[in-house]
Design a protein around this ligand. Structure first.
Ligand code: TXA
Ligand code: MG
Length: 347
């Protein structure tokens, strides 16, 4: 790829891998109502003390997020996470035992601790125990430091990007995205999974996948011993039945450059149409010469890991359009297709 990216300077330094002494400082900031970005195995999160409404209001301002859009509460164990819920059905215990710590968010009926300021006014709350050593060290230290407050310990953490933009998968992305608006960024390397957690709603009597992710519906069904429903564009009946994850059908995870999905057979013609103004994400070198193109892995998990970094890189090329070769059909590609659909949705 030709390297003439739009240059943007990065203010503040990104520290090397988080050291044990960084954790207490981060905990102090969180207790003071400040924002700490931290790595998870999915994407980086922008953390704030989930039991301080003022801290959460600040988090929403920095994200540019609508007050009706709920956040996920992150905890160091299932036991702590379930304190935020009013009811913990057997299915929730089963999924937590199988997949936590891991890239799974459970939506459960909320307890009195989870106020409207966290849930966007919904009667449910999203909960996750992430599988990243830095995240778990932070959450454990935060719990110890806040024990005895009479409230469960948790960090509200949406992805550490401005609302609607691409989720960050490195600490550097967070710095570029949020600059001085984030008080501390804990470094934890590139996120292994690369796309956001699978979200399962268990608050309405049956398991509904609100957002596909690394953990596929089949694995959830196997753990539960019963089928799960996939809400979303690929299943219109389920979509009609399901509670909506707010913002789930608008442009999201999106680069600033308009992006389009293009069928493999049409890619050459589309590149020819835009010429030097096309940046391209493809599975193999395009027939039509393109100055800005990135090759994507043919395997869905590797594709997901690389996706957001690749979209950021092509966005930096400041072309007129980003052309994305459509991935194959098939269940293994559901989560990737979901993110690509949203990245390429009209506003
Ligand atoms: O992988 C992830 O889940 C990342 C990392 C940082 O953990 N977090 C993340 O958070 O993606 P965010 O805020 O960018 O996306 C959270 C999604 C939103 O689509 C929101 O609507 C949904 O979770 N959500 C949260 N609580 C919910 C609830 N009570 N009911 C329905 N959807 C909920
Ligand atoms: Mg997000």
């Amino acid at each position: 790829m030709r390297s003439q990216p739009r240059s943007r300077s990065v203010r503040g330094s990104v520290s090397a891998m988080t050291e044990p002494e960084d954790i207490p400082r981060a905990v102090d900031l969180l207790r003071a109502g400040r924002l700490v970005a931290f790595p998870t195995e999915t994407v980086y999160g922008l953390g704030a003390d989930a039991s301080q409404p003022a801290a959460i209001a600040h988090l929403y301002r920095v994200k540019g997020r609508a007050a009706t859009h709920p956040v996920i509460v992150h905890c160091e164990s299932a036991e702590t996470a379930f304190e935020w819920a009013a009811e913990v059905p057997g299915a929730a215990r089963q999924l937590a035992a199988t997949f936590w710590p891991g890239p799974l968010t459970l939506v459960l009926k909320r307890s009195a601790h989870a106020g409207d300021y966290l849930t966007g006014g919904q009667d449910s709350v999203g909960l996750r125990v992430p599988a990243h050593p830095v995240a778990l060290a932070l959450l454990a230290a935060f719990r110890t430091a806040t024990a005895g407050r009479g409230r469960p310990a948790g960090l509200a953490a949406p992805s550490a990007n401005r609302s609607g933009r691409i989720s960050p998968t490195t600490a550097l992305h967070v710095r570029i995205e949020l600059g001085e608006d984030v008080d501390c960024v804990l470094e934890g390397g590139a996120s292994e999974v690369g796309i956001e957690s699978t979200i399962v709603d268990l608050s309405r009597g049956r398991a509904v996948v609100l957002r596909p992710g690394h953990i596929p519906a089949e694995a959830l069904a196997e753990a539960l011993g019963e089928p799960v429903v996939l809400a979303g564009a690929e299943d219109e009946q389920a979509q009609a039945d399901a509670p909506r994850a707010p913002g789930s059908h608008t442009r999201h995870y999106a680069p600033a450059t308009p992006a389009h999905l293009v069928a493999p057979h049409a890619l050459g013609a589309e590149i020819a149409r835009y010429g030097a103004q096309a940046a391209v994400l493809a599975f193999s070198p395009p027939d039509e010469r393109s100055d800005y193109w990135l090759r994507m892995p043919a395997e869905p998990e590797a594709y997901a890991r690389k996706l957001y970094g690749a979209l950021r890189e092509l966005d930096e090329a400041a072309c007129q359009v980003i052309l994305i070769e459509s991935p194959p059909d098939g269940a293994q590609w559901v989560a990737v297709r979901d993110r690509l659909r949203r990245a390429t949705a009209e506003n």
